[in-house]
Design a protein around this ligand. Structure first.
Ligand SMILES: Cc1cc2nc3c(=O)[nH]c(=O)nc-3n(C[C@H](O)[C@H](O)[C@H](O)COP(=O)(O)OP(=O)(O)OC[C@H]3O[C@@H](n4cnc5c(N)ncnc54)[C@H](O)[C@@H]3O)c2cc1C
Length: 342
């Protein structure tokens, strides 16, 4: 392997650049890593695996990476959890980072525990906060026991300290073309494991136009919507409002909406300007992810539901009827505007 200066300790951020423009979690982690690095006197290093990754490398530098380690090969182009785990293990053993941060994307959630196991170290999943303790450990703050407790976890005896963080938890540093960084290209160290899985194709999930975590308007539905067919109306409403659809766990489990729409402890944390909540009771595992919503409008038959108590506007009514009425009103409004402009 090439030589990399190891005078300083290092905080690594795994670069998840699939769907780059919608998913900003790597940039958010680079920003947080910069905060942590200033307390540890460490550098921030983005770890990039793939092929023809120059534009992403440039982006990571412009968003605060002090250094970028790149391993490129055509075989690394499709994200492969087996290959990436093997690479991460090998370079982490060689260069001994203090901390590895990985986005809690579907891929990151598969990668992180494998890397932690191989390196015989701890992992805290789905962190909502990261700090440095007085004695220099990474304090990993994460919901636990079904979201009823917030745990503060350290890994004092093992290195690296590994944490995954949900998209949307931290703010990225604004893009700055003037930033410079050392870029180190490494060769694939040793033999890669053969893939036991073959990627046939992948396509973007059509349900999400924008990232749910970044959406200014979220239309969220729960079991009170009544059926898959009725739930579908929420997509129509979200489109008219230029928002995104979110869902509770029973909805995702029932297959009324895809996994990516799940909001809550096991899903996404959102911060919309306006959140519509249709037929949702307000279990803590769901509401834990709504704390940054500015304004909540809840519709529920039960005025005493927790969600209704949390809401700025609580409408006691049938969720499906209110959704249909809103769609009708918005369509009429759009129609009358276009009549006027004709
Ligand atoms: C470890 C763990 C993790 C979890 N993680 C998550 C998570 O990430 N996200 C999540 O959402 N859940 C999560 N859950 C599940 C969570 O505890 C709740 O079960 C779930 O959020 C409830 O979803 P709901 O509000 O859609 O359904 P319900 O709790 O069944 O509520 C339905 C609501 O609809 C109302 N209603 C019924 N009919 C109508 C109607 N016609 N019009 C209007 N209102 C109506 C009812 O009054 C009720 O308030 C988790 C649970 C565990 C144990």
């Amino acid at each position: 392997m090439n030589n990399i200066s190891r005078s300083k300790s290092s905080i690594w951020v795994f670069a998840d650049y699939r769907n780059y423009f919608q998913n900003r979690v790597t940039l958010q982690l680079l920003a947080k890593a910069n905060d942590l690095a200033s307390e540890l006197d460490a550098d921030v290093c983005a770890i990039v695996f793939g092929y023809e990754t120059d534009e992403y490398v440039a982006e990571y530098i412009a968003h605060g990476a002090h250094k970028v380690i790149v391993i490129e090969h055509p075989n690394l182009k499709p994200y492969s959890v087996e290959k990436y785990t093997a690479l991460m293990e090998k370079i982490a053993r060689e260069y001994e980072p203090e901390i590895i941060l990985i986005g809690a994307t579907s891929f990151g959630k598969e990668l992180a525990p494998r890397v932690a196991k191989r390196l015989n170290t701890g992992l805290t999943a789905d962190c909502i906060g990261l700090e440095i303790t007085a004695d220099g450990n990474l304090l990993q703050i994460a919901p636990s026991f079904g979201g009823n407790l917030i745990a503060e976890i350290i890994t004092p005896d093992h290195r690296p300290q590994i944490a995954t963080v949900r998209p949307g938890t931290f703010q990225e540093i604004p893009h700055n073309d003037g930033l410079r960084a050392e870029v180190v290209h490494l060769k694939i160290p040793g033999k890669m494991p053969a893939d036991r899985l073959r990627l046939v194709a992948y396509e973007r999930q059509p349900d999400c136009e924008q990232r749910l975590e970044e959406a200014k308007i979220v239309v969220c539905g729960g079991r009170g919507m009544g059926s898959k067919l009725k739930f579908k109306k929420l997509f129509e409403l979200a489109k008219l409002l230029t928002g995104e659809v979110g869902a509770t766990r029973p909805i995702v489990y029932a297959g009324w909406a895809v996994d990516d729409t799940l909001i809550g402890q096991a899903g996404k944390h959102i911060k919309p300007r306006i959140l519509f909540s249709f037929g949702i009771s307000g279990a803590i595992q769901h509401t834990a992810a709504l704390t940054d919503a500015d304004f909540i409008i809840a519709v529920n038959k039960n005025p005493n539901a927790t969600m209704m108590k949390m809401a700025d506007v609580a409408v006691v009514a049938d969720a499906n009827q209110v959704c249909s009425a809103l769609i009708k009103a918005l369509k009429e409004r759009i129609q009358s505007k276009s009549d006027y402009s004709d």
